[in-house]
Design a protein around this ligand. Structure first.
Ligand SMILES: *Cc1c(COP(=O)(O)O)cnc(C)c1O
Length: 428
């Protein structure tokens, strides 16, 4: 206990945590991780926590996967990092080739970065320069209510209100805003806006199937197919942000597959390395890529120091192989069905629960909170964490996002603990 407290004090003295009020950080019993085993994180006092949020949605196969560890060790024996600006790296070529075979993008080309927000930023800038290079500049974007695309100024601009946007509004560029999935699940307004603004819209950006940080808001696959058709019919680029949904999270390798959606630009991140190393990618179709070929002024003026990091690429390549070798999507299907059944049986009827939204192993339990400042979401999350299941909420939505290799028993544990935690917070 003393060790644990002193680690929290040392942390609070020098570390600044994202989206965390540091004045109360130490009072909220933060978990200081020391190591991990499979789906469990182990803190500095030796307590074990089931990682039910996949280390904020990035982990897919659990921690300390022998095969991923080995892939990184092998790559360390070759090179850890070399620049992708003007030169290449063999393992990055191998990764791009492997991804080419599976991404829902025609004739794909990959620009790697390190964070999801950077992948979105790259896509937004590519869409802008695509039209400049074609000699018909456009700078309007259509984005959705409840959308989240990351925290850089560009990705914050296409993102919707509620993630510090009120504060940063003066820095954000204006966009056309279609209603979120909750109020317009058919995406009718978005399709109408695309038609009304054709010729001025550079791109539409959407999170296919599930708006993650917006509270796990969902819309039917057919809506996204229609959205894609509207973009094609009106000659507007489509950016699909699969940073959260990619790599098996919603039941298919990419959510676009369920939607029969073929974006011009695809953003990948989070699960791309199985949750091991920071890597993201913007994937462009051959049509977009070709518009940047020619004289120097057509060159895409963007590139990050660590884009295409070799260690991350080695992990991502091995991860992609393991998803197939271990039939991970079969487990996602089975565990998602089990999760749905247990939620229905143990959680849905609780008067403290307003709604449950789930696609694959991406799930939000919205609490029927008594008031705006009840902080039920974080209190339920803390009650889960005290019981050894690590949860982090989105406001009043309790997120359940376990690793894709989660077991039958572990799903049961998550739901039992969530059931107890909701009862503790709502009934006393
Ligand atoms: C998390 C997320 C991002 C941002 O990714 P970072 O790696 O945190 O920058 C972008 N888009 C979506 C849909 C996300 O869920």
């Amino acid at each position: 206990m003393t060790t644990s407290a002193s680690w929290v004090d040392r942390d609070a003295a020098v570390v600044w945590h994202g989206f965390t009020q540091m004045a109360t950080f130490a009072d909220n019993c933060p978990v200081i991780v020391d190591r991990a085993e499979g789906h469990y994180l182990i803190d500095v006092a030796g307590r074990r926590y089931l990682d039910a949020i996949s280390s904020l949605w990035v982990n897919t196969l659990g921690h300390r996967v022998a095969e991923l560890d080995q892939a990184i060790i092998d790559q360390l024996g070759r090179v850890a990092h070399s620049t992708m600006l003007g030169n290449g790296n063999a393992v990055v070529v191998e990764l791009a080739e492997a991804l080419s075979a599976v991404v829902p993008v025609a004739d794909p080309h990959f620009l790697f970065a390190a964070d999801g927000a950077a992948a979105v930023e790259q896509a937004v800038k590519m869409a802008f320069q695509y039209w400049v290079n074609r000699g018909t500049p456009r700078s309007t974007y259509l984005a959705f209510g409840q959308a989240y695309h990351g925290d850089t100024v560009g990705s914050l601009s296409v993102g919707a209100a509620g993630f510090g946007t009120d504060l940063f509004d003066p820095l954000r560029f204006p966009v056309l805003r279609a209603p979120g999935f909750t109020s317009d699940p058919d995406l009718d307004t978005a399709c109408a806006l695309i038609e009304a603004h054709q010729g001025e819209l550079a791109a539409v950006i959407v999170e296919p199937l599930v708006q993650g940080a917006g509270g796990m808001q969902t819309a039917p696959p057919s809506s996204f197919h229609r959205l894609g058709a509207a973009c094609r019919a009106n000659d507007v680029l489509l950016i699909a942000d699969e940073v959260a949904t990619g790599f098996g999270r919603t039941g298919s390798l990419f959510a676009c597959e369920q939607c029969d959606l073929w974006p011009d630009l695809l953003c990948l991140g989070k699960g791309i390395t199985g949750g091991y190393l920071p890597m993201s990618a913007t994937v462009a179709t051959g049509r977009v890529f070709d518009a940047f070929l020619g004289p120097p002024e057509r060159t895409f003026s963007h590139g990050h120091s660590y884009g295409g990091n070799a260690l991350a690429a080695a992990a991502a390549l091995r991860h992609l192989q393991l998803l197939a070798e271990w039939n991970v999507l079969d487990n996602v299907a089975a565990r998602a069905a089990q999760l749905a059944e247990l939620l229905d049986r143990q959680i849905a009827a609780d008067p403290a629960v307003a709604a449950i939204r789930q696609r694959g192993l991406m799930c939000g339990v919205e609490l029927a909170t008594p008031g705006a400042d009840s902080r039920w979401g974080s209190r339920v999350a803390q009650a889960c964490t005290r019981r050894g299941v690590l949860i982090r909420p989105l406001g009043d939505v309790v997120v359940v996002m376990p690793p894709l290799t989660i077991t039958d028993d572990e799903i049961r544990l998550i739901i039992d603990v969530l059931h107890e935690a909701i009862a503790e917070v709502s009934h006393r």
